[in-house]
Design a protein around this ligand. Structure first.
Ligand code: NAD
Length: 478
């Protein structure tokens, strides 16, 4: 795919697409070349007011729609997304950079999330409490109301779907602001919803100046829930804004996932899956493994095996069939990673692979491995969000757990050990919303995905993600 057949970009408000005429625009960049692909129209004050008004109307209608009909719309959307998987994946690769195969996997994952939530829509639970005859106390769940949702550029298809699916399944309306850097993937998803029969006022798609959009939507009494995927500082800022109206919130913030590798692990298998997982999406994943704590007895073999595999990764344009890792998604990432590498090396870390940008156009960076990284290094304390692996030794189980838990993040954690007793202890002791043992997979449509501590609260996916879009009401009648 080239810039020539990139889809038209626009806002979707009240069931209509709004183009660039009369609006400010922002360039969308191909991270593989640095070239501009298209101009994205940005919402002005009138667009945001219209979106709020549409969401208010849409909520009144959608909450009254039968759950089976809501489920049918979600299932039809999933079918359209599957049908268009190649095209949507091509768009995601063009504007975000990840290899096509990864983008296609993301599209299929998005369809599975929609299908799961279609099932949740018709599985709403309530309770009848034991009371004397002739009286009744019941607990019901109702949709919370219009949702303001904001999401990041790293999963341009799944992030919007994760915001829309549970809200729509629960009977809420939504105003979604995906990243301005990857708008076309979200637009392709919204077209599927529209063609699947989602009534016009129910979901709005806006782009704009992020701070203006979030301030406007969160100050409005129409909005009843905030859902955000992005960095910890922006998450905290939005939480403060939402406090004024005591809004419900779901916060999917950053992570700095520890990986505890014990000397009884299956070393080759562990290395194969960890290296692939580390450099997936050029490391720009909130659950990306970042801090590798490796037991003394296997540290040297682990470090050399990791570096050797990292050097073999073919870095290139995501559309090329032999690309193993694409560019980083924007020009902020190479600069940030370079600074972290320099800081870590000056603190005493050893460079084992990579170490800098790839010469030429685009935002490419070599898969980089640093060994014996001191805990004081900036990269050991702040989320790298790039193709950077940090290795460090440990000796005892207690030491490993202490290292894993030392940061304010608590999203994903990984452990590799064949010792069953140790697996149980690690699962209990590690402070994270998701602990993966001898695997790197932390995301399934039926499992809660989310963090603790400063990584956020209020899971997405699973029944938990659905219930986060409902209020609980007790009704007592005598
Ligand atoms: P950023 O914090 O500036 O932006 C992250 C996202 O939040 C973007 O999509 C942006 O449009 C949006 N955003 C920013 N300010 C906003 C506001 N006031 N209101 C509403 N939305 C707003 O960071 P970035 O440079 O784009 O990404 C780098 C950092 O973001 C990474 O270091 C990582 O910590 C974090 N991140 C986390 C995730 C995740 O899945 N948890 C995803 C992407 C980025």
């Amino acid at each position: 795919m080239t810039g020539g057949n990139f889809p038209d970009l626009g806002l979707y408000v009240g069931g209509e697409w709004r183009g660039p005429a009369g609006r400010d625009t922002q360039d969308v960049i191909n991270p593989a070349t640095g070239a501009t692909i298209a101009a994205l129209p940005l919402a002005g004050p009138a667009d945001l007011d219209d979106a709020l008004e549409a969401a208010r109307r849409g909520f009144a209608a959608w909450r009254a729609t039968a759950p089976e009909e809501r489920a049918a719309v979600l299932n039809r959307t999933a079918a359209l997304i599957r049908e268009r998987a190649d095209r949507i994946a091509g768009i995601a690769t063009l504007e975000q950079g990840k290899p096509l195969a990864e983008a296609r996997g993301e599209v299929m994952g998005a369809a599975a999330i929609l299908e799961f939530h279609a099932g949740e829509a018709v599985r709403q639970r309530g309770r009848v409490l034991p009371r004397p005859p002739g009286t009744r106390s019941i607990v019901v769940h109702q949709p919370v109301g219009p949702v303001a949702a904001f999401c990041a550029w790293n999963f341009p298809v799944i992030n919007p779907v994760r915001k829309l699916s549970p809200a729509l399944a629960a009977g809420c309306s939504v105003i979604l602001k995906p990243s301005e850097e990857t708008p076309a993937s979200a637009i392709a998803v919204m077209r599927c919803f529209a063609e699947a029969g989602l009534p016009g006022d129910v979901a709005q798609l806006v782009f704009g100046v992020p701070d203006t959009v979030s301030r406007t939507l969160l100050a409005s009494p129409v909005t009843r829930k905030l859902s955000f995927t992005g960095s910890v500082p922006v998450g905290k800022h939005l939480m403060r804004l939402a406090a004024d109206t005591v809004m419900r919130m779901t916060m999917e913030l950053g992570g700095h996932a520890p990986v505890l590798v014990f000397d009884d692990c299956d070393l080759d298998r562990t290395l194969d899956i960890l290296v692939a997982h580390k450099f997936r999406n050029a490391g720009q994943v909130c659950v990306s493994p970042t801090r590798f704590y490796v037991q003394d007895g296997i540290y040297d073999r682990f470090a050399s095996g990791f570096a050797e595999r990292a050097r073999r990764i073919n870095v290139g344009d995501g559309h090329a069939p032999d690309t193993g890792m694409g560019p980083t998604a924007n020009d902020r990432r190479p600069a940030a990673i370079e600074a972290m590498i320099e800081d870590a090396r000056s603190a005493g870390a050893t460079l084992l692979a990579g170490g800098g940008r790839v010469d030429g156009a685009g935002f490419f960076f070599h898969p980089t491995v640093l060994g014996d990284v001191p805990v004081e290094a900036d990269a050991m304390n702040r989320e790298p969000f790039g193709p950077l692996a940090l290795l460090r030794r440990f000796s005892t189980l207690e030491d490993a757990i202490e290292q894993a838990n030392r940061l304010p993040y608590g999203l994903a954690a990984y452990c590799f050990t064949e010792n069953g007793r140790r697996q149980v202890l690690l699962g209990e002791a590690i402070e994270a919303g998701m602990v993966a043992i001898n695997t790197v997979r932390t995301s399934w449509p039926d499992a809660p995905f989310g963090g603790i501590k400063e990584s956020g609260f209020g899971s997405e996916d699973g029944p938990e993600g659905f219930e986060a879009h409902m209020i609980t009401k007790a009704i007592h009648a005598v």
